[in-house]
Design a protein around this ligand. Structure first.
Ligand code: ADP
Ligand code: MG
Length: 284
């Protein structure tokens, strides 16, 4: 007996690295008319590294980094991991000690008490920072100590290999222009959009998790969303089809998504959309 076209397409998609959860999802992929991308961990590798430390007068580079790293110690955010990793390279003896009262605000940053001082690290926009944000193609996070700005940490993330190719192929397969959604700042978002082939008017930055989901609903049409983080779960659920990064993805994203990119290879997405369209022609 021959396999029904949609099941056969699921098997082929699986060989290309896309785990499709049902025949309904296989069918839906081909109905996509708009692609929406998350930035961090999806279009980028999601493993940023610290590129610059900019202390304010009264703080040294090492002191600023140590205070931030102590506050970030318990955060699982990729920016936190980059800051903690960078602090490991510094001389011992200057460690400020343990952090207490750790609090994390998703999409904003963290606060903790370090050596009796109140340290906050996070998004300048979300923390209501008045000073101009330093010029960077990456992400600038502000560090505050006892309510006063102590400096900035600049972090950068690489474009995921295959991302520009995937965006180009998906642009050909869809009628509506693509969109990039991110909690990060507009400058960092535009830089990633430019390097991957997303028009700059398709960039929506500074979004909280629920705002990503609202943006998906507002855009309208049948949206295929690709995302990775805990923050992307509401948007993955709101999309017509939600696709999660398999390795970089959080458990919640994997659970919420309709399909999973097993090897984090974005170029498998256009392949799956094309497979769906072919299978649907055979079904009808
Ligand atoms: P994205 O949507 O790009 O994956 P997030 O929603 O996770 O980004 O975070 C948005 C912004 O909030 C970050 O760019 C950063 O400025 C700030 N932020 C969130 N968590 C942290 C943290 N643990 N440390 C520092 N900054 C953070
Ligand atoms: Mg992400």
């Amino acid at each position: 007996a021959t396999m029904p076209p949609l099941l056969s397409a699921i098997a082929t998609a699986g060989r290309h690295g896309v785990l499709i959860k049902s025949a309904v999802v296989m069918e839906r992929l081909g109905q996509t008319d708009r692609i929406v991308y998350d930035k961090t961990g999806t279009l980028t590798e999601g493993t940023p590294h610290l590129v610059k430390i900019l202390p304010e007068p009264g703080f040294s580079e090492n002191e600023l980094l140590f205070l931030a790293a102590a506050a970030e110690h318990r955060s699982e955010h990729p920016l936190a991991r980059a800051i903690v990793a960078a602090a490991h390279d510094l001389p011992r003896g200057e460690t400020p000690g343990e952090a207490y009262d750790f609090r994390s605000a998703p999409g904003c940053g963290v606060t903790a008490t370090v050596a009796g001082r109140e340290v906050a690290v996070g998004s300048p926009e979300r923390l209501g920072e008045g000073a101009p944000v330093p010029d960077t193609d990456g992400t600038a996070v502000v560090v505050r100590v006892d309510g006063v700005r102590a400096g900035w940490l600049l972090l950068a993330d690489r474009i995921r290999p295959g991302a520009p190719e995937a965006v180009t192929a998906l642009n050909r397969l869809t009628t509506a222009p693509p969109t990039l959604l991110t909690g990060d700042n507009l400058r960092a978002a535009r830089s990633v959009a430019e390097r991957t082939g997303i028009p700059s008017d398709g960039v929506r930055a500074g979004l909280l998790p629920h705002e990503k989901a609202e943006a998906v609903r507002e855009l309208g049409g049948r949206v295929l969303l690709v995302g990775d983080g805990v923050n992307d779960a509401p948007a993955l659920a709101a999309a017509h089809t939600g696709v999660a990064m398999g390795r970089a993805g959080s458990d919640l994203a994997l659970e919420t998504a309709d399909a999973v990119l097993v090897h984090d290879d974005l170029t498998a997405v256009p392949k799956a959309v094309a497979l769906s369209r072919r299978a649907r022609r055979l079904v009808v």
